[in-house]
Write a protein that binds this ligand. Structure first.
Ligand code: FAD
Length: 475
């Protein structure tokens, strides 16, 4: 549970320091663009009123969720601290409010007398609904909202197939995406001579004061959020990781992927800057393709915001209700070692390798015939990179209700294990019960070995389960 320290109780005005003198023409609201490099909204507001009032609103909707995603909140808090520090080196500062996002943004703009609010455009139904509410409210008060690109390499509305409506298939999208002329990368705004007076108007709180009162328990989370940490990871990855990516990315035991996803999700890194760096790297092709998947899913969601929770293509499923099976899956106790290892990594690290996301998702949907939404929700509760577009549409891709051209594809968890974790390194890392099991039996231990290791029997027979799934889907 997330708590606020005694000096910052929720729902009350927090730290108040000096008011900004006079009116400012514009303010900027950070959302999923927590960086000073290549941030078009920040560049625009800086041009109009340097140093500007820059704001982040901690949405109560997120904090009050029954199972708040503490891993992401911790990463967010790190990122806000780092952003505040970076803005201060430029002569600005980050101010923070907490409450209903659109209400608080409007209140802040009104308090400083701004006539324009700059922000990055976003595309989930949650983001676009609150943006629409803000625009409606702003119009009533004669304020202008200016949306900028910043959360994707190519904005969703730019690439359209003949006939419009957004791309539904990745390969033609990727072809257009790769050949498109991308916008120019923006440098950070120039430092100002006369820094901000270190104060916000009433109820605008300095980020440091605000975050000091926020306690977020995240045992086991080792990753630090923020643009500084993200850029460090990016440059190390470009120098030492990317060249092996094409051959090693699918082997979870090698752990050879970039782990840049949380930095991309929160915009600590500019997706454009990462993509340009990959495009300029001689071995960057495969990595660039993965980045394009992120943009692809975002544009699918922009055209079909309902697919955050509804099937992109309805397949007539009447899913089983089996809380025990769901519990076994979520706790990593299905009796399929690769599936269980993935689920344990998720809970321990707030991260799961992409191959495992596919294998564990396929198991939930196709072997257990449970609704993909249950699995997507569980992932969102734990993933530091939890992202509505990539997660919900990644789940649907696996479930066969999304954009996958082969909706009946099945991943056999034992064959996947033998193929992608041939030495069993990943399984042994995450399943202490099987850590001392030698040889290939680790992929599917015999019954007596399972008993000796206190490792569970399989909760379903894969072949029987898949035969049932196919029959149900057929109709
Ligand atoms: C069921 C399921 C759920 C997923 N949920 C999420 C999620 O919530 N958030 C998320 O960022 N990714 C999600 N993915 C995509 C992918 O698994 C992660 O982006 C990747 O594992 C992150 O690790 P990395 O940064 O080391 O990836 P790398 O292999 O280093 O890839 C680089 C970047 O490309 C993007 N990327 C790579 N693969 C994909 C993909 N299949 N779809 C979209 N973007 C991709 C990510 O931004 C990633 O950081 C999901 C995939 C599946 C199958």
């Amino acid at each position: 549970m997330v708590t606020f320290g005694p000096t910052h109780p929720p729902g009350r005005s927090l730290v108040v320091r000096m008011p900004v003198t006079g009116r400012v023409p514009s303010i900027m609201v950070f959302t999923r663009d927590l960086r000073i490099h290549d941030n078009p909204a920040l560049v625009a507001v800086w041009r109009e009123s340097a140093p500007p009032v820059t704001l982040f609103v901690l949405d109560d909707g997120l904090l009050n969720m029954p199972r708040s995603p503490t891993n992401r909140l911790k990463f967010l808090a790190d990122s806000l601290r780092d952003l505040d520090h970076s803005l201060r080196t430029l002569g600005g500062q980050l101010l923070v409010r907490r409450g209903d996002w659109d209400v608080e943004v409007m209140a802040a703009a009104t308090e400083v007398g701004a006539s324009t609010i700059h922000l990055s455009n976003d595309h989930s139904s949650f983001a676009s609904t609150r943006l629409q509410r803000l625009e409606l409210n702003a119009r009533r008060h004669g304020l202008r909202i200016q949306r900028h690109n910043g959360v994707s390499v190519v904005p969703p509305e730019i690439l359209q197939p003949t006939g419009g409506g957004g791309y539904k298939v990745f390969t033609p999208y990727f072809r257009r995406w790769s050949s498109d002329r991308w916008r120019t990368i923006e440098p950070p705004p120039p430092p100002v001579q006369d820094p901000v007076s270190k104060v916000g108007p009433p109820r605008l709180v300095e980020a440091g004061d605000f975050l000091e009162g926020l306690t977020i328990p995240t045992p086991g989370l080792s990753i630090n959020g923020g643009e500084t940490a993200g850029r460090q990871r990016l440059f190390e990855w470009l120098d030492h990781g990317l060249e092996r990516y094409g051959t090693a990315r699918d082997r979870p035991g090698d752990d050879q992927t970039s782990r840049l996803s949380p930095y991309l999700h929160f915009g600590c890194l500019s997706p454009l800057e990462v993509a340009v760096a990959a495009a300029e790297h001689p071995e960057g092709g495969e990595f660039l393709r993965q980045l394009a998947w992120r943009d692809f899913f975002l544009q699918v969601l922009a055209h079909r915001p309902d697919t955050s929770w509804r099937d992109f293509r309805y397949r007539g499923d009447t899913w089983d209700q089996d809380p025990e099976a769901f519990r076994a899956w979520s706790e990593g106790l299905t009796g399929y070692p690769l599936v269980d290892a993935g689920m344990r990594q998720l809970v321990a690290e707030g991260f799961m390798h992409n191959r495992l996301r596919m294998v564990t998702a396929s198991f939930l949907v196709k072997d257990l015939y449970l609704d993909w939404r249950l699995g997507a929700k569980h992932f969102m509760e734990h993933l530091v990179d939890g992202d509505v577009a990539s997660n919900q549409l990644g789940w649907q891709w696996v479930a066969g209700t999304g954009t996958d051209a082969s909706p009946h594809r099945v991943l056999n968890p034992i064959r996947q294990s033998e193929r992608f974790d041939p030495e069993g390194a990943y399984i042994r890392r995450w399943l202490p019960e099987l850590a001392s099991v030698t040889g290939s039996v680790v992929h599917d231990p015999p019954d007596d070995l399972r008993r000796a290791c206190s490792y569970p029997s399989k909760i379903v027979d894969h072949h029987e389960a898949i035969a049932r799934f196919k029959a149900l889907r057929a109709g």
